[in-house]
Design a protein around this ligand. Structure first.
Ligand SMILES: C[S@@+](CC[C@H](N)C(=O)[O-])C[C@H]1O[C@@H](n2cnc3c(N)ncnc32)[C@H](O)[C@@H]1O
Length: 286
């Protein structure tokens, strides 16, 4: 997601609307100021022959689902940001080998994040996408990606890919260690419910099976939700830079947005589900 130039939370309007609006529901939010763009074609698409470019505002993604209200937009992650974030995650010494993790891109859009993640030796890469048209594009992209990798004897093996057309709040965690990826797919009300759901699923597991869940969050606009959740521990929070090629593509795409800017990086965070209450450690009564 491009960042609002003011880098404010999507909860607050980026600027005061010039028109006085009667209904509080009709307030202008940063996402409402986005304009659709099909161009430029990102270098990732030019190299791999896939279709992940463009910016699709939330109002063009309506499915009739109640959570449409909180979609941010479709915009593919800069490949260099996701690679850097996965590399940074590996430096946190995850408790299991990468080959046992299921990577789940929650809000997978056209599947750019899924394709990039499949370059790593994950057990499986899953994309969850609410919008049927975007999910169909992600499936076509994945099929092309798998076929071209299979046909190239020099290419490294890629992880199996699955695209699921589903609301994030219906998602059931796999039984394997899981690495969730968000590229700011939805606003705080859905993120809060999503986190509560996965916490409930993990808490319900037998005590003998230690829950293994890490979370990567790019354009971490609602990181405060995870920061204040007692079961998650922040392992990393910083601006991750994109490559000059990705920055050039980002600048060209974002130049068409009045309220949004590209700074050549994304604020990213990494969390581990530690299932422990934070806060003061209480001494037992003497
Ligand atoms: C910023 S795009 C990210 C695309 C992809 N993760 C990537 O990085 O290339 C966010 C996507 O989340 C999807 N989304 C928003 N709310 C959702 C929900 N409740 N359930 C599933 N997908 C959702 C949107 O339709 C959009 O395609």
């Amino acid at each position: 997601m491009p960042s609002s130039k003011s880098r404010r939370s999507p909860q607050s309007p980026a600027k005061t609307p010039s028109v006085v609006l009667k209904s509080s529901e009709a307030k202008t939010r940063p996402r409402d100021l986005l304009v659709p763009t099909a161009l430029p074609i990102h270098p990732f698409d030019q190299i791999h022959g896939v279709d992940t470019s463009g910016l699709v505002p939330a109002r063009h993604l309506l499915t009739g689902h109640p959570n449409d209200e909180h979609i941010t937009a479709y915009y593919g992650i800069a490949p260099s940001i996701l690679r850097a974030l996965i590399d940074r995650w590996r430096e946190t010494i995850p408790p299991h080998p990468i080959s046992s993790y299921t990577f789940v891109d929650v809000g997978a859009g056209k599947g750019r994040g899924v394709l990039v993640a499949s370059e790593y030796r994950f057990r499986k890469v899953v994309g969850i996408e609410l919008n049927p048209q975007l999910a169909a594009i992600a499936r076509t992209n994945s099929a092309h990606w798998i076929a071209t990798h299979a046909a190239d004897p020099t290419s490294e093996p890629i992880a199996p890919i699955e695209i699921v057309e589903q609301d994030a709040l219906d998602f059931e965690l796999p039984a394997t260690p899981t690495l969730i990826f968000f590229f700011h797919p939805f606003e705080a009300p859905v993120l809060e419910q999503f986190i509560a759901r996965i916490h409930a699923q993990l808490s319900a597991r037998p005590k003998s099976r230690s829950p293994v869940l890490d979370l990567l969050y790019a354009n971490a606009e609602c990181a405060n939700i995870l920061d204040r959740h007692p079961a998650f521990t922040q392992l990393f929070l910083d601006h991750v830079k994109m490559t000059p090629e990705d920055y050039a593509a980002d600048l060209e795409a974002i130049a068409q947005q009045k309220e949004y800017g590209s700074t050549g990086d994304e604020e990213c965070a990494i969390y581990r589900y530690t299932c422990r209450a934070k806060g003061p450690i209480l001494k037992p009564a003497a």
